[in-house]
Ligand binder design. Structure first.
Ligand code: UDX
Length: 448
């Protein structure tokens, strides 16, 4: 099928590449000429495992094209996807200016019937706005072209996006138009294996489904962080509690890891946006507000543990920080917990030696040159001349360090483990002090 995708950001690029990989003829349109030119040469602007060879192979095979020429893109596609950004505006609502700009461009140029598909995460009711924007442009041109707007939210995880796209657990198609449903079913047939994965529903339900999925996952995390904070107070170990509840299939093992808070481009923005959507519709989403506020304080929790150890005086101390990205396997630092921690450490007069396997460049872009930050080339280099270690992102390579060596490197011999990667006993037996998240056991003065 002939597909056009507006936006070669994370979602647009991964989706376009996967659709090309199963044989569709895909044109990706972006207004950023340098990015388009780079993509055509195989330069991928994001770090995503497995994506680069797929982009190159499908581009070389002539199934994946990149262009800034919007009219040509619009002429190409039977299905036109909108996959541009929806950043939060001042009150946390999703800003639709980019989505609606694409809609107007489509309206200015379509000549034959098309199905427009919203892939961007957009508030309930956006398909109607996109429909109205296209219709207004058509009216201005004085032409009539049949078109419809469907919703088809993505459920990609950064770091595993290619896999999520190639092997989706569900494909949500929001449309009450049989032609659109049929086209989207044909488009996704190659991904719909073994059992039916396509769930067809009305547009508004599809739009809400995306927010509900992310809000549910964020809720699980904030819930566990809340229980972790209780565990810390009452002298229990959240890791034991986690194992004690995860085996109940109604609860499940996924997304019950306490930590330094959730970050990234989706959860923080989507929980906020859903709360605003609710508010604008006249309903106060108290649970979502709580999820957001628990996460906000959780991002400051590592620093609280640091203060618990050092008192108020960390001035002049040097902290080795392992992990800057908001999660492993990405270089993305949007809303990352590391950003809050670094800001707090600097504010308190401490210095940072940080290592992240992928995010150094991004960190440099965000923080620039400063005296109180050294971006190191390895986990071990970050430890040199440091007083304490803080683990912020759970990269695999941080999971089993040589604690004796860590002990030797750190002047104050203390680890703050923001992702509960280590067993307190193992760390403590190497002569290090240990602070984890929700591990009240190791904080109790009467602990064995
Ligand atoms: C998320 C959703 O998982 C995905 O389905 C949606 O399409 C986009 O948003 P992503 O933001 O890439 O994907 O990352 P994810 O792996 O979900 O992690 C989000 C954050 O939650 C990370 O900061 C992670 O460290 C944190 N997290 C996750 C926890 O703190 N505990 C957990 O148990 C799981």
């Amino acid at each position: 099928m002939r597909v056009t995708i507006f936006g070669t950001g994370y979602v647009g690029l991964v989706t376009g590449t996967c659709l090309a990989d199963v044989g569709h003829d895909v044109v990706c349109v972006d207004i950023d000429a340098a990015k388009v030119e780079g993509l055509a040469r195989g330069v991928i602007p994001i770090y995503e495992p497995g994506l680069e060879p797929m982009v190159k192979a499908n581009h070389a095979a002539g199934r994946l094209h990149f262009t800034t020429d919007a009219p040509a893109g619009i002429a190409h596609g039977d299905l036109i996807f909108i996959a541009v950004g929806t950043p939060p505006d001042e009150d946390g609502s999703a800003d639709l200016q980019y989505v609606l700009a694409v809609a107007r461009t489509i309206g200015r140029h379509i000549e034959r019937p098309v199905i427009v598909v919203n892939k961007s995460t957009v508030p309930v009711g956006t398909a109607d706005k996109v429909h109205a924007a296209i219709a207004a442009e058509l009216a201005q041109r004085g032409v009539e072209v049949a078109f419809d707007v469907a919703s088809n939210p993505e459920f990609l995880k950064e770091g595993d996006a290619v896999n999520d796209c190639m092997r989706p657990d569900r494909i949500v198609v929001g449309s009450s138009n049989p032609v659109a449903v049929e086209k989207l079913k044909r488009l996704y047939a190659p991904f719909n294996r073994n059992h039916e994965r396509i769930v067809v529903m009305d547009v508004r339900s599809a739009e809400l489904t995306k927010y509900a999925a992310n809000a549910m996952l964020a809720t699980k995390i904030s819930f566990m962080n809340e229980i972790a904070n209780i565990a810390e107070q009452v002298g229990a170990d959240i890791e034991m509690v986690r194992q004690g509840i995860g085996s109940d299939p109604r609860i499940g093992w996924h997304f019950i890891y306490p930590g330094a808070g959730y970050g990234g481009s989706c959860f923080p923005k989507d929980v906020q946006a859903l709360a605003r959507t609710a508010q604008h519709s006249g309903y106060r989403a108290r649970l979502l507000e709580a999820v957001e506020s628990v996460n906000d304080s959780q991002k400051g929790h590592l620093f609280e543990l640091i203060q618990r150890h050092y008192g108020d005086d960390v001035r002049g101390k040097t902290f080795a920080v392992w992990g800057l990205a908001f999660k492993p396997n990405t270089d993305d630092m949007r809303e990352a917990s590391s950003r809050r921690l670094l800001a707090q450490l600097w504010e308190a007069g401490a210095k940072v030696r940080a290592y992240d396997p992928e995010a150094a460049e991004e960190a440099h872009r965000i923080f620039g040159e400063r005296d109180d930050l050294v971006l190191c080339d390895s986990a071990r280099a970050a430890l040199a001349d440091a007083d304490a270690l803080v683990v912020v992102t759970e990269w695999k390579q941080f999971r089993s360090p040589d604690f004796a060596r860590v002990r030797q490197a750190l002047a104050d011999g203390v680890i703050f483990d923001g992702r509960n990667l280590y067993h307190p006993d193992e760390v403590e037996s190497a002569g290090l002090a240990y602070y984890g998240i929700g591990r009240g056991r190791s904080l109790r003065s009467d602990a064995p």
